[in-house]
Structures are given as C-alpha cells and as structure tokens.
Design a protein around this ligand. Structure first.
Ligand code: GLV
Ligand code: MN
Ligand code: MN
Length: 453
C-alpha cells in the first residue's frame, strides 16, 4: 500500500474535490445538491471508501454511506460524517473535511487490521447548506426519520426545478426518500468533525475544540410588493417602490439583532428585485432572512419583532408584505457522555480540551433526533468560512484524526463493558425465570445495547 499520512490525506482530498469536475463552476467551488458535480464527488468518495475497506451504498435520500464492519456481523454502527455540498463559491473544507477525516480514520483501522465492537459508517450527507433549494439538511433529516417530504419535495431551485424532479434526474425515486430513515437500535452515535468557521480556536492558539451545542436557526422569505413602473417618468413622491422598503427592513433586522442577547444574529443573504432592470421600478423585492440564537426562545422573539417591523414599514409606504417561514431548527446540545469521551481523547494528545458552542448549523443538530451526537472543531485560518479563502493545516487535520481514533477506542471500551453487563443481566434474569436454561445454551449472545450511556 502507498504511503498513508492520516489527516494529510484527508486535506489533500478536500483540495482535489474543490476543483474541476467536482464543481459546477469553473475556477471556484460550487457543488449544490443533486447536481452532476455532486454525483461526481460521490463517485470519487466511493473509490476512497472502498480503498479504506468499506462497503459502499447510496441511500434513498442521496446520502452515500461507507460501512466498515464490526468484529461481529450486524452490530450497530457509529456514524461519522458531514456534508458534501457547498455554498456558492465556497471553501473546500466546510463539510468534506468531516467525511474525509472519517475515511482516514477507517483506513487507519483497516491498515492495522482492527475491528471494533461496533461498525463504523462514514456518511456523506447531500444538502446541509440548502444552497440549491430553500431547505437545508433534508438528507440528514431523512436519516434521522424527521423529514416531512411534503414540506420539501415541491421546493423549486432558481431554474424552477423542483426537489422531486432533481431527485428523479439523480436516478432516485422522490417517493422513497423516507426509506433512508435509520432505526435508533442500528446507530450508537454520530460524530461530526468540522472546521470551526469562526476565529476562537486560532485566537487561543488551539488546534481542536469540542462543541457543546449548535445554535437554533430559522430561515424566512420576505416579499414586499409595490407597483412596477417607469424609472424615468414616475416622480419620487408617486411611486410604490418596494426597494427602499426592503432596505429599511434590513436595517430593522440589523438593529434588532445588535440589541439582542444569546448570540442573536440575523443575515439577509439573498435579495432579488423583480423584474430586475436598470430602468424599471421593481414591482416586488424578495429577500431571505436567516436568524439564529443560542436558544429558540430568543430566536423566535427576534423573528416576531422583525416580522412586525416589516409589516409596519410596508404599511407606512402603502405596500404589501408577506413573511414565509421556510425552515426552523431548534438548538441542539451535544450528548454529554460522548462529549466527555471526545474531550478525554483530545486531552490524551496533550491538548487543552476547549469547549465552545457552534453558531453554524451542522448535520449533527438533526442527527440528535436519532442518536447521541458529538462534534469536533478544527481551527481554520482567520476563522474564515463560506469563502474560497477557507484554510486548514495538515498538522491540525492529523491531530483531528488522532483525537477521533482515541474517541472510538474509548467508545469501544464503554460499549464492550455495557454489552457484557447487559448480557450478564439478561443471563441472570433468564436464570431466574428458568434455572438451568442459560447453561444449556453455551455461546448464546444477547443483542448489544443500541446506545452508549
Ligand atoms: C451552514 O453552514 C449553516 O450554518 O447554515
Ligand atoms: Mn456551510
Ligand atoms: Mn458545514
């Protein structure tokens, strides 16, 4: 086998996936859900997953899963992964790094000929970013069993293609998307490694961090409607122009969030004036709002305040306004038990185990509805993300895989202890029900417990 440097390999592979056929746009990384560049990236991941000793399958929601079997067949699995899609003109590590570090981890086990008491599955989720359709994390929600297909399948991308049509074009049946759901008994946990996407670790000189919780978020679409008209002939006083109203709404969002607590943040990331011409007063302006806070209550209070302001601004200007909720995700604390193991694994490397919350959304926040979750953050240069300048070092990536390997070792110890305890207590109760029966069945094995404590 060729030279294998854990972490370094993952970073180089992210760099490779950041170019050429794996991006929709020449010279930048744009890889949106269910596009040919998404399919090509999955094909490449399949090669790497197989080389690392995994069997590979694609599920009904376009997630790709590599499975490295446990020492015993049909054992439940620890899922490790992140998303393969990107924002428009994004960085190379937001998402793919969590998948590729998982592949490096499995390759290290495979090369050492090691099997764990649970299987390891590396998952490449399809649409964490929601950069093509106005919903995000539908793929991980399908796996967690919380996706309502009716809420997403009719969403349209900028070209008018529905999510259902995109699924069909990708060779999948949209009617079967919920078949991707996993049973809690099949999954013992989910570990996501991700670049921090913020400046804290770098500022403190730390390579790794441990996530405590992921912030609550809401996505909304706002439409302000006026009357389209001629830009040269309509006096300023006689216009019904939704443009300046939209500008006022943005300022209201900024003011409300600046005055907020609990890391409240609000962003208008997309704005369209319709029909969109130099010489036409727009008939309508549409814009997105992304509002987040550490807890749903603070987020919801801000959404309410901004919505009231939008209606007041529109009414004052004689315009109509609508505010539509596109998606709501609650805050998601990471599992204390898994987080303690991850912290201990980072500590074993001689590194401080810095705990920090995540303002960015991650697949882990919806996977928490299925199983316990843990998240490892990796320092990124300048805290820059959602930007082609995103950067990580090979040394930090190597440390990340070593921490993840320490984590799976600790989880394996805990899992084996719990499995043997639960087998013993099952034997004891069988013995009480039917003395002599367990002795008559040597080698009988109880089903392993689905979750660590
Ligand atoms: C994804 O990066 C998000 O936080 O929206
Ligand atoms: Mn992102
Ligand atoms: Mn991400």
């Amino acid at each position: 086998m060729s030279e294998f440097e854990i972490g370094t390999q993952a970073k180089r592979r992210c760099d490779l996936l950041g170019t050429g056929p794996f991006s929709e746009v020449e010279g930048q990384l744009t890889r949106r859900f269910l596009t040919p560049s998404h399919a090509r990236a999955l094909d490449q991941l399949a090669v790497w997953m197989a080389e690392a000793g995994m069997s590979v399958r694609r599920d009904a929601a376009a997630n790709q899963i590599g499975r490295y079997e446990a020492a015993t067949p049909e054992a439940p699995a620890l899922l490790i992964g992140s998303h393969i899609d990107s924002v428009r003109n994004g960085g190379r590590y937001d998402g793919p790094l969590g998948i590729l570090l998982g592949i490096d981890l499995v390759e290290a086990l495979h090369r050492a000929g090691r099997r764990l008491p649970f299987a390891v599955e590396v998952v490449a989720f399809g649409d964490e970013e929601g950069s093509r359709f106005a919903a995000s994390m539908s793929c991980s929600r399908a796996v967690a069993g919380t996706l309502d297909p009716a809420a997403v399948l009719d969403l349209r991308d900028a070209d008018g293609v529905t999510l259902a049509e995109a699924f069909t074009a990708f060779g999948l049946d949209p009617a079967r998307i919920t078949d991707a759901a996993r049973l809690p008994s099949e999954v013992i946990g989910f570990l996501e490694a991700h670049i921090e996407q913020g400046p804290v670790l770098e500022a403190e000189g730390l390579a790794l961090g441990i996530v405590t919780a992921i912030a609550a978020q809401k996505r909304l679409m706002v439409r302000i409607t006026g009357i389209a008209g001629h830009a040269g002939t309509t006096p300023m006083t006689l216009r019904k122009d939704p443009g300046p109203a939209a500008a006022e709404c943005m300022l209201a969002l900024e003011r409300i969030c600046q005055a907020g607590t609990d890391n409240l943040v609000g962003t208008v990331g997309r704005m369209t004036a319709l029909p969109g011409a130099f010489n036409v007063i727009p008939g309508a302006v549409e814009f997105s709002m992304d509002i987040r806070a550490e807890n749903s209550a603070t987020r919801d209070a801000a959404v309410e305040a901004v919505t009231a302001e939008i209606h007041a601004i529109a009414a004052r200007r004689g315009l109509a306004a609508s505010v539509t909720l596109m998606q709501a995700l609650s805050e998601s604390p990471c599992d204390p038990g898994l987080t303690t193991l991850l912290e201990a694994a980072v500590g074993d490397l001689g590194l401080p185990a810095r705990r920090l919350p995540s303002g960015a959304g991650h697949d882990a926040m919806v996977m928490a509805d299925l199983c316990p979750t843990a998240m490892l953050f990796i320092r990124c240069e300048g805290g820059i993300s959602h930007n082609p300048a995103e950067s990580v070092t090979e040394a930090d990536c190597a440390l990340a895989v070593r921490a993840m390997l320490g984590f799976v070792d600790k989880l394996a110890d805990q899992f084996s202890r719990q499995t043997s305890l639960s087998s013993r207590s099952e034997r004891d109760s069988a013995e009480r029900r039917d003395p002599g029966a367990t002795r008559a069945a040597p080698g009988s094995r109880s089903a392993p417990s689905g979750r660590p404590g």
